[in-house]
Design a protein around this ligand. Sequence first.
Ligand code: ADP
Ligand code: MG
Length: 262
Amino acid sequence: MAGTDAIRADAVSKTFTIGKESFQALGEVSLEIPERTFATFIGPSGCGKSTLLRILADVIAPTSGEVSVFGRSAAQAREERDFGFVFQDPVLLPWRSALANVELPMQLNGIDKAERRARALELLDLVGLQGFEKALPAKLSGGMARRVAIARALTLGPRVLFLDEPFNGLDEIRRQNMNAELQRIWLETRTTTVLVTHNVSEAVFLSDRVFVMGRNPGRIMAQLEIDLPRPRTIETMTSPEFVEYDRELTALLRTAYEDAEP
Ligand SMILES: Nc1ncnc2c1ncn2[C@@H]1O[C@H](COP(=O)(O)OP(=O)(O)O)[C@@H](O)[C@H]1O
Ligand SMILES: [Mg+2]
């Protein structure tokens, strides 16, 4: 697959300093994510997945190293609104309807009312929430709230979508349903996507490329290409090919844990 890289990281590291203590959260991480790829970071908790995602999205700056996004710096890409971000435990404004929550980034960017309403309706439709436009967050299930957060992240037509454990706290079946929805959205939009998870079958189900991370300091220990046809379905998950990828990724992940917990 000859294509442009959407994202490149070159020897990116991060050291957090609190008072006199400093802590290296990320060693030197280098990676490439081709355009229109679904990429995933998986690894033990505390290995720096969120830190790496935040650096790629220019939410925080690396201590050293460089990130380029479609050939520009991450900061430039952010200024040009290349990014959509769904943070861990996404927060919706409780006093705004689902529709008004999705409209918010467009409102902040001065997009006029008619246009942002039309776009928000289209996105709520895309994430399967037609009929819930007027609902307040308190009336939405956990899965529905995640859908609103994904719709909101897509409002400005990002070229890269970052998802930090977006389905945390959902039970297994709801998570599988959300994964199928996310794949459908990805197939419709083909937005380059970077997901953080610690769920092996979620990573296999969704990804083209999985980066297995280890810790102390955070680093990429292995990279696995998932070459399964799409759309992948619930049935795909019981196919021998899927089960083999699941086994392989589990083995790689075990190494990352052993390394961290001697
Ligand atoms: N703002 C911060 N200040 C200090 N330490 C941090 C900060 N953010 C993350 N860390 C530390 O960096 C390490 C990696 O964190 P994180 O990227 O959140 O891991 P993960 O997402 O893989 O669970 C952890 O040890 C965490 O405590
Ligand atoms: Mg995290």
